[in-house]
Design a protein around this ligand. Sequence first.
Ligand SMILES: Nc1ncnc2c1ncn2[C@@H]1O[C@H](COP(=O)(O)OP(=O)(O)O)[C@@H](O)[C@H]1O
Ligand SMILES: [Mg+2]
Length: 273
Amino acid sequence: MGVCPIFFIRGARYSYKGASSPAIEDVSLSVASGEWVALLGTNGSGKSTLAKMMNALLVPTQGVCYVSDMDTSDAEISAPIRQNVALVFQNPDDQIVASIVEEDVAFGPENLGLPPEDIRARVERALRLTGLSEMRRRSSYSLSGGQKQRLALAGALAMEPKALVLDESTSMLDPEGRASFLDCLCELNTRGVTIIQITHRMEEVVHASRIVVMASGKIAWDGSPAMFWEEKCAEFGFDIPQELELLRLLRAGDFVPAGTRPAVNDLLEALCL
Ligand SMILES: Nc1ncnc2c1ncn2[C@@H]1O[C@H](COP(=O)(O)OP(=O)(O)O)[C@@H](O)[C@H]1O
Ligand SMILES: [Mg+2]
């Protein structure tokens, strides 16, 4: 027996009340601890429904969804499930729970009933990781959209989850904010935090170790980034990130050997030719 996956979903279907067809259907996905999965798909393909299933906000109407070895259909364990999996949504205004930044970040750990010094340490760390330390006494509502999004991430991090599910959580960030948000995710992933990242921005997908594409409520493709960029990205109609397009052109022009993964210096050298 291998190590238990952090997410184990088999034959999952979810139908919203009154909807004529299921939002997701026949979805099977197993994610190992430490993976970074980019979840892609057009609007309405079922990504948010699957994300909510992954932290037990929604329970499959058919099939199963386990987090570690916990069955999400067991309402009695939804609290420990949400301790393992933090979900960060697109709209940060919906996620503010306290009027002062550091109180907002402390809300989750306080609800866990942790000792005050542990709460303080978690809040410090989450503020530092998200670059909000300086704004700790500010009103949560006075923050910019991007800062609020980082606040939502800080609140999630303070729970010290094993997995983060990010549902278009970078949508309000400017390019600089997005870069530091992604740096933060890279650092967390290096420390073993599993990341499920829903995004429409292909340049954010380059950090993923695996790519899953949803279409019409089903998993349409699941595989490695290399295969995705080479074969599937264009096929599914996604834009190829500029840096990968540049690499493709360099390869086509024989500046970079095919099949290699050049270092930045090799690329710079190729560009100077
Ligand atoms: N609360 C809801 N009630 C009814 N239908 C919904 C609800 N939320 C989403 N849907 C429908 O479920 C399908 C999948 O939606 P969603 O999971 O939000 O997709 P995505 O996040 O990929 O845009 C869509 O057809 C959408 O219209
Ligand atoms: Mg969505």
